[in-house]
Design a protein around this ligand. Structure first.
Ligand SMILES: Nc1ncnc2c1ncn2[C@@H]1O[C@H](COP(=O)(O)OP(=O)(O)OP(=O)(O)O)[C@@H](O)[C@H]1O
Ligand SMILES: [Mg+2]
Length: 590
């Protein structure tokens, strides 16, 4: 007997819905896109419990007619395209005719709409029509989606806390809001207004509404035209970068996208222009003819495919380079981090290029081989202890007898140490992270956080998404000695912070927490926050260190309980055994 059956339509519908609707933010995205496609100039979003209970999107667009409301919940029902050729040049955000059908099948939905006079109300539940009635509504459409996944408990289980879902929604709205400055957006969570952006005429003004003045001052404008390709937006003003990649936004014909070509072009353009360990902040808008880009390649339309991605890469590269060079009035400069000596001579970039050109071949080939071995065993390192560069006895000797000699710093990245077994190459940043992490763990264990008051007001300007993200972890952050107060809007006053931090470090740590919260699948644990604090306060890769600092760091590093891995699981040190050196150099060992 055959084993294959055609699924009944209810199951099939839910599977299809799963492609489009993963969580509340997917619903917000689809509804807002529909409002934009309907020519709205004012879009109001309201959510309750992070959208799990209610998502409501109201617009003043052209509304739906009586015929349309009978069709709009059907699968493949769309007003936006009609034939295959239309797929080649899609100008609207939606085109598949799937979003409303999908949302409808997994929620209780209420749609009110009017084309200007009169109007209709449609009530539906789990994909089925309950009732349609006539009513008088203002021109536009409002869609209320209640009890998302009420009939799909597996999906419900995967939802995060209301605060996390809200953060995702705020982040999405921030993204789309930037692309449409002429449109008013607002976001309400229950009674609280989280985002309020009345219509403005320029992208600069919109950016200011979202991120504030400080953020704007860190950026320069992009403006580039080549044939019918156009690039605009903002990028970091060199040498100031952002501590993480959270502020990279890409748009293709105003559609927010994730795209490797664009990200790679940006990375290449800023190479050597930004401070060490920082990333470009970029808001990049690429406009090109609709037929040059395929937007139908991803289930939630988050990715696109370019007809000529090489051309796109080169145009982005040129546009960024031109903007940055105009700004610097010079060619790329290499930065060696905050502690680099004057003259820039000792910076990492210069050192690397010297090493590459062969001038500085102090270190022979076997070094490379060992490094490669270590690379290969990276995964093992985090799983087993077999690959540890030291065994217990060695580390005890290093700790107690201080039987080592510091040879110096290499490339402003590594500390080279000799002991009786050979050489150790210690990653200065990872090692310092380990030292600090254990120190913070100890403070946490003893509950000995002490805070101090900021001498000067320390003000953070955050985007709405960052604001809600921070709120989620506020109790943990406060337990560590931070005292934060909202100044209304997107400004925060940091009144107090842990007493061992400088104000600038406190700022970096808080931004680090927000990032950790944003990228984590679940709310970050206390230990993850401590690891983040260690990462943001550790000596940077690329920083030139004084002899005293190196000595203190190496001594503290050998004192740590678990020296071989940094708190993020990366190796901290490599070992090159004396026997290997002797073997490679064909020197008989004695
Ligand atoms: N807010 C709205 N205002 C006016 N018309 C709307 C609105 N929302 C939906 N519609 C109409 O309902 C149709 C179906 O919407 P739906 O989102 O399901 O599909 P789509 O936007 O055409 O494609 P996609 O599935 O890619 O989003 C749309 O084509 C549009 O005609
Ligand atoms: Mg749509």
């Amino acid at each position: 007997m055959g084993k294959i059956k055609i699924l009944n339509s209810e199951v099939a519908q839910k599977i299809a819905a799963g492609e489009v609707v993963e969580r509340p933010v997917s619903v917000v995205k689809e509804l807002v896109e529909n409002s934009l496609d309907a020519g709205a100039t004012d879009i109001r979003v309201e959510v309750i419990e992070g959208g799990k209970k209610l998502i409501k999107v109201e617009d003043n667009g052209w509304g739906l007619s009586e015929e349309d409301i009978a069709l709009c919940f059907e699968r493949h029902a769309t007003s936006k395209i009609s034939q295959v050729e239309d797929l080649e040049k899609i100008a609207t955000l939606g085109f598949r005719g799937e979003a409303l059908a999908s949302i409808d099948s997994v929620s209780r939905l209420l749609l009110k709409t009017s084309e200007g006079a009169g109007g209709f109300k449609v009530e539906r539940e789990g994909g089925k029509l309950i009732r349609i009635s006539e009513g008088a509504y203002p021109r536009g459409t409002s869609v209320e989606v209640r009890d998302l996944f009420f009939n799909l408990p597996v999906r419900q289980k995967f939802l995060r806390s209301a605060q996390s879902e809200l953060t995702l929604i705020a982040r999405y709205l921030t993204t789309v809001c930037l692309a449409f400055p002429e449109i008013s957006f607002s976001l309400h969570h229950g009674k609280r207004q989280l985002l309020h952006c009345p219509s403005v005429t320029t992208r600069r003004e919109r950016f200011y509404q979202l991120f504030g003045r400080q953020a704007l001052e860190r950026l320069i404008d992009l403006a580039w035209q080549e044939g019918d390709y156009q690039v605009s937006g903002f990028v970091s003003r060199p040498p100031l970068g952002h501590p993480d990649r959270q502020r990279q936004f890409f748009y293709v014909n105003r559609r927010p996208v994730k795209d490797r070509t664009l990200a790679a072009a940006v990375q290449q353009a800023v190479k050597g222009r930004l401070e060490k360990d920082t990333f470009p902040e970029v808001y990049l808008f690429l406009t090109l003819p609709y037929e040059e880009v395929d937007v139908n390649v991803h289930p939630t339309k988050a990715e696109v495919r370019f007809r000529d991605s090489l051309r796109v890469f080169q145009i982005i590269l040129s546009s960024l380079k031109e903007a940055m060079e105009k700004e610097a009035g010079a060619k790329p400069v290499y930065f060696g981090g905050s502690e680099a000596g004057p003259g820039g001579e000792k910076t990492e970039g210069a050192a690397i290029s010297r090493a590459r050109s062969g001038e500085e071949r102090l270190i022979p080939f076997s070094w490379k081989r060992v490094a490669e071995d270590a690379e290969g065993s990276r995964d093992l390192l985090s799983l087993s202890r077999e690959q540890e560069p030291f065994d217990e006895k060695e580390i005890r000797e290093l700790r107690e007898e201080k039987s080592f000699q510091i040879l110096g710093q290499y490339l402003n990245l590594y500390l080279i140490v000799a002991d009786k077994n050979g050489l150790l190459i210690i990653d200065q940043h990872n090692a310092h992270e380990r030292v600090l992490y254990e120190r913070y763990l100890e403070i946490e264990r003893r509950q000995a956080w002490a805070s101090r008051q900021a001498l000067f007001p320390l003000i953070l300007e955050l985007s709405p998404a960052e604001m809600t993200g921070l709120e989620e972890i506020k109790p943990e952050v406060e337990a560590m000695g931070f005292e934060i107060e909202s100044l209304g809007g997107r400004s925060l006053l940091v009144r107090c912070f842990p007493d061992f931090l400088e104000a600038e470090e406190a700022r970096r740590v808080l931004l680090g927490f927000i990032e950790a919260q944003a990228v984590a699948q679940a709310k970050p644990t206390r230990n993850e926050l401590l690891a983040t604090m260690a990462c943001r306060t550790a000596i940077k890769a690329g920083a030139a260190l004084s002899r005293e600092k190196i000595e203190a760091l190496v001594a503290a590093f050998f004192q740590t309980e678990d020296p071989w891995l940094c708190p993020h699981g990366r190796p901290t040190a490599l070992r090159l055994n004396r026997s290997e050196i002797e073997k490679e150099l064909k020197r008989p060992s004695n």
